[in-house]
Design a protein around this ligand. Structure first.
Ligand SMILES: Cc1cc2nc3c(=O)[nH]c(=O)nc-3n(C[C@H](O)[C@H](O)[C@H](O)COP(=O)(O)OP(=O)(O)OC[C@H]3O[C@@H](n4cnc5c(N)ncnc54)[C@H](O)[C@@H]3O)c2cc1C
Length: 409
């Protein structure tokens, strides 16, 4: 009898977390992880931060090569899967190899959403999703050049902050009326807008582009309502396109992502999904949600990997993510939909924590260089506490002590 084979499509954060969890849960069969990216699986968040400031744009690996060898995790990198046959339980690779699976995890993530108007600029237009993207972009971030960033989301703003720190002059062009319109609370958007202005990044919100052309060595972007922007290069970050084509062709249930149950299982009993690609009912968000965060990829990937071995359902985490801009760490936890936000200031008078209440319940929090307090805030969100707003705003009460009954309303 041959050993059972668990196949993982996508060698990113969710895939590697799942592989690691499978071994930790005692799976002794074959684990094969297939990635179309040729590099050893690497950390993606540094691509817009440390890696882009480094000499060559290189990102650190998630694990060293021996991690996979020590756990007999077979890596097949540099070629993608091209088809999933859910009936025969076989995956076909680009070179025609066919690998049968007992269970399959789809962790193929997403790619940068393309903007044909800007792609027409050729090499002057960049996106940022992969290590190769970061290397290409790093080479172009030369002090004194003018960078136009299209898209005022997290990635656009991180690139703008990094490029500004590298000595480029930077303008950000956003179509929505405010920055971070998708997935970040307004108070955070306001803080980040101020931080960018303080560093001479010029922000333009509510601007729709109508045309883009190369003019000598320059790029020129024309706005629909008139006016234009001139720069040496463009980086755009306008969201993602899911790498979900194989799942769709295999007939899995999908709706803005592959739909999975609490164990990460898709509509096919032997096929699981995790990470950016998966959409799951979430207790803290109160509905189906697909998260595009490092923490989710790790946690959901780990839970799916363990469930594939044990059949057990793990506990969900309060969603959270971070962004680093101009040397400051910003964290966001829980829901971002609160209408009522309460600010707690630090000794310097600047906002340090911002708490979101919905019907008196703490549902969201933003921390500014406040990692330890954010861990406490996540616990409070998880417990569904109703803290006294005056205590939330009072810096003399330690955040880890707010959970005390005396501080509830
Ligand atoms: C520049 C950047 C900065 C970020 N910064 C932060 C941050 O500060 N904080 C935060 O919380 N999150 C951040 N993120 C988001 C975070 O990195 C993602 O949520 C996370 O990488 C998702 O992991 P994943 O494993 O689901 O998908 P991915 O990391 O996208 O990995 C999926 C892998 O599957 C591969 N693949 C796709 N199709 C196939 C196929 N057919 N066959 C084989 N392989 C395939 C892909 O090429 C990719 O390598 C950032 C993302 C980017 C791009």
């Amino acid at each position: 009898m041959t050993a059972p084979c668990f196949l993982i499509l996508g060698a990113g954060h969710a895939g590697t977390a799942a592989a690691s969890a499978m071994r930790a849960a005692g799976f002794a069969g074959r684990i094969v992880m297939i990635g179309d990216d040729p590099h050893l699986p690497y950390e993606r968040p540094p691509l817009s931060k440390e890696a882009l400031r480094g000499a060559d744009g290189a990102a650190p690996p998630i694990y060293p090569a021996n991690f996979y060898a020590d756990r007999a995790i077979e890596l097949k990198l540099g070629q993608g899967a091209t088809a999933i046959d859910p009936g025969a339980q076989v995956v076909t690779l680009a070179d025609g190899e066919r690998i049968g699976f007992d269970k399959l995890l789809i962790a193929t993530g997403a790619r940068a959403r393309r903007y044909p108007l800007l792609d027409a600029l050729g090499e002057a237009a960049h996106v940022l999703r992969s290590a190769d993207d970061a290397r290409r972009l790093r080479a172009e971030l030369v002090p004194g050049r003018r960078l136009l960033v299209v898209g005022g989301g997290v990635i656009g703003l991180e690139v703008a902050a990094t490029a500004s720190a590298l000595g480029l002059s930077v303008e950000v062009i956003e179509r929505a009326p405010r920055l971070l319109a998708r997935g970040a609370p307004e108070p955070l958007a306001d803080l980040l807008a101020q931080a960018h202005r303080d560093h001479d990044v010029v922000l333009h919100c509510g601007v729709e582009l109508a045309d883009a052309l190369r003019d000598g060595g320059k790029v020129r972007l024309t706005c629909a309502k008139g006016g234009d922007f001139t720069g040496d290069l463009v980086v755009y970050g306008i969201g993602v396109t899911l790498n979900d084509e194989l799942a769709a062709a295999a007939g899995l249930a999908m709706d803005d992502g592959i739909l999975v149950d609490a164990q990460g299982r898709t509509s096919h009993p032997a096929i699981y999904a995790a990470g950016d690609i998966a959409r799951q009912d979430h207790a803290f968000i109160c509905g189906m949600v697909r998260q595009e965060t490092w923490a989710n990829a790790l946690h959901q990937g780990g839970l799916a990997g363990r469930a594939m071995v044990t059949g057990q359902t793990g506990a969900q985490e309060v969603p959270w993510y971070w962004t680093d801009q101009f040397g400051v760490n910003y964290q966001v936890a829980g829901r971002t939909s609160a209408r009522h936000w309460i600010t707690r200031r630090g000794e310097d008078g600047r906002p340090r924590l911002i708490f979101g209440l919905e019907d008196g319940v703490l549902t969201g929090a933003v921390g500014i260089d406040a990692g330890a307090d954010m861990r406490a805030a996540r616990r409070m969100i998880e417990q569904g506490l109703r803290p006294d707003p005056a205590v939330l705003a009072d810096p003399s009460v330690a955040v880890r002590k707010i959970g005390h009954a005396a501080h509830m309303v």
